[in-house]
Design a protein around this ligand. Structure first.
Ligand SMILES: [Fe+2]
Length: 279
């Protein structure tokens, strides 16, 4: 689906609210603080996942009115599928953890919100400063594909070819990064609803801003501080997925199953926001 982004100024991108109401409230407040209107805000999907407030989080995102694409979580919940669609091996830590949070989300989510999810676009395209942008969740061909900073550039180039885009805005993998792929850009602004496994409780979001440098666009990722204690307490009270309640505070994921070796080795190492600035 092609969209136009009216006005000027930064575009705010974020992913993975993950049923984390406190983080979602903080994200909306941050957009307001930065004076970025909802029609220049893009969510890369997975509104509902690990945390305590599926309905309230979707209600907030809908009321906010930002652009949203369908993550694997929206796909699966809308279809009443039995799992999150990540294809975790049976009995792995991710499999056992997802059985818990997915069942809670599936039992809790209202039917009107499932219907809304079903109608979300799978992808968005728009033009910005003469560049073609494509918003995806995981991969272009596969919604639940994990594409990390360490994923080979050739694979990202192939995805960008498929996307017919000068830059991709992606989500799903949970760790923010910005990379040149030749003359193109892969931009994953990260997720707000779970920490980035860097030993801090913060979530992440991204900005795309006009600049005289790099063909007129600058991509950056930023920390989102929020009430992680409140989110962890709510998750603890909900009685499910408590490995994630701990993760909200420690900043360390309860399972590293999905991480490639490089990202796994970086567990607990604080991510430097300035490292992602491209000029
Ligand atoms: Fe996802």
């Amino acid at each position: 689906m092609k969209i136009t982004l009216p006005g000027s100024g930064p575009i705010l991108c974020f992913g993975g609210p993950y049923s984390n109401l406190q983080a979602s409230e903080a994200m909306r407040a941050e957009a307001q603080r930065l004076d970025i209107p909802p029609d220049r805000v893009i969510c890369t999907g997975d509104i509902v996942a690990y945390c305590a407030n599926p309905n309230e989080t979707v209600d907030l995102i809908r009321a906010w009115g930002c652009h949203v694409i369908k993550g694997n979580c929206e796909e699966q919940l809308a279809q009443r599928a039995g799992d999150c669609g990540c294809g975790f091996g049976e009995g792995t830590a991710c499999d056992l953890l997802s059985n818990s949070w997915y069942a809670f989300a599936d039992q809790t989510l209202r039917d009107d919100l499932r219907a809304w999810m079903e109608e979300l676009p799978a992808t968005l395209t728009f033009d910005l400063a003469g560049r073609r942008a494509r918003v995806i969740h995981g991969g272009v061909r596969e919604n639940s594909r994990f594409i990390f900073a360490s994923t080979p550039a050739a694979e990202k180039a192939s995805e960008l070819d498929e996307a017919a885009a000068d830059f991709v805005i992606s989500g799903h993998c949970g760790i923010p990064f910005v990379q040149h792929v030749g003359k193109r850009i892969w931009f994953n602004p990260g997720v707000i609803g779970m920490p980035a496994n860097d030993g801090t409780a913060d979530g992440w979001y991204g900005l795309i801003e006009g600049t005289p440098d790099y063909g007129g666009l600058r991509f950056s990722v930023r920390r989102l501080g929020y009430d992680a204690i409140g989110a962890a307490a709510a998750l603890g009270l909900s009685g499910h997925a408590n490995g994630y309640a701990e993760a909200l505070l420690s900043g360390l994921w309860p399972s590293l199953d999905v991480l490639p070796a490089k990202e796994r080795a970086a567990t607990g190492q604080r991510i430097a926001a300035e490292a992602f600035l491209l000029a």
